[in-house]
Design a protein around this ligand. Structure first.
Ligand code: AMP
Length: 249
């Protein structure tokens, strides 16, 4: 079975984002970029399925600028077999990403698509669900456990207040949650080997998909600065302060 793993290049999760002075978005100039953490989990899960002989080939795909090649090389160094870059400098919204991924899925015919539950830059949490709808395939979102059994996959989902297990007929879409696994680091020899693994270069036009934005970002603002704390001398003073600031009546 072939696995398709979409990976997005995003601002590194350790970086504190700076908002551009004109409030039009986040400043990405000279900022460290990395693979979306949920996508690293997806790559790891795909590799584990291959190690269990459930999967035979892992294809990583990214939609983004030329530099997204680095993200794909990371996926290849972790253990993906080949990669596809759909290159564009435009900001691609989840619906357009899902349409492109549908075209790739039509061509590649994977048995399973394993992808992140959300990209940490836009926090949309939409692409997997939209892709499942476009393909007419089953979806298991927020996965904390994935087990392929014959022509089905069991997905344990992290839902409010507990876990839910769903059994999906393959082909299907799985989106990963934080507790699914701990992604491996690529070893130096594997980083070297990844340089010679195949990476196909495409453009959105090659798939006939219109990626024109449907949404306009009105304004991006920094979160409110935290107020400095106040030291109080007694519980009574604390209660008085809380009443004063209106936190409790
Ligand atoms: P989102 O719906 O934007 O929160 O993204 C959910 C998941 O869709 C991500 O974790 C990725 O697996 C995938 N995805 C979103 N955008 C891209 C992209 N530009 N290239 C590859 N995969 C993407």
């Amino acid at each position: 079975m072939k696995l398709l793993v979409p990976v997005k290049r995003v601002i590194d999760f350790n970086v504190k984002p700076r908002v551009k002075a004109d409030g039009s978005g986040v400043d990405l100039a000279n900022v460290k970029m990395s693979m979306n953490p949920f996508d690293e989990i997806a790559v790891e899960e795909a590799i584990r399925l291959k190690e269990k002989d459930v999967a035979t080939e892992i294809v990583a795909v990214s939609i983004g600028p030329a530099k997204a090649q680095e993200t794909l090389r990371t996926a290849l160094a972790m253990g993906a077999d080949r990669a596809i870059l759909i290159q564009t400098d435009a900001e691609v919204e989840p619906l357009a990403v899902a349409k492109l991924l549908k075209k790739v899925a039509d061509e590649e015919q994977p048995g399973l698509v394993v992808m992140g539950k959300q990209a940490i830059d836009d926090d949309s949490n939409q692409t997997g669900q939209m892709l499942a709808a476009l393909l007419g395939w089953a979806q298991g979102t927020f996965a904390s456990k994935v087990e392929v059994e014959g022509d089905h996959v069991s997905v344990t989902r992290e839902v409010d207040g507990g876990l839910e297990t769903v059994k999906l007929k393959l082909p299907a879409i799985v989106t990963t949650d934080l507790r699914l696994n701990e992604p491996r680091y690529a070893s130096l020899p594997n980083i070297m080997k990844a340089k010679s693994k195949p990476l196909a270069q495409k453009r959105p036009e090659d798939y006939g998909v219109d990626i024109a934005p449907r949404l306009a970002t009105v304004k991006v603002t920094e979160p409110a600065k935290r107020q400095a704390g106040v030291k109080v001398g007694s519980v009574d003073e604390l209660i008085a302060k809380i009443k004063e600031t209106g936190v409790i009546a």
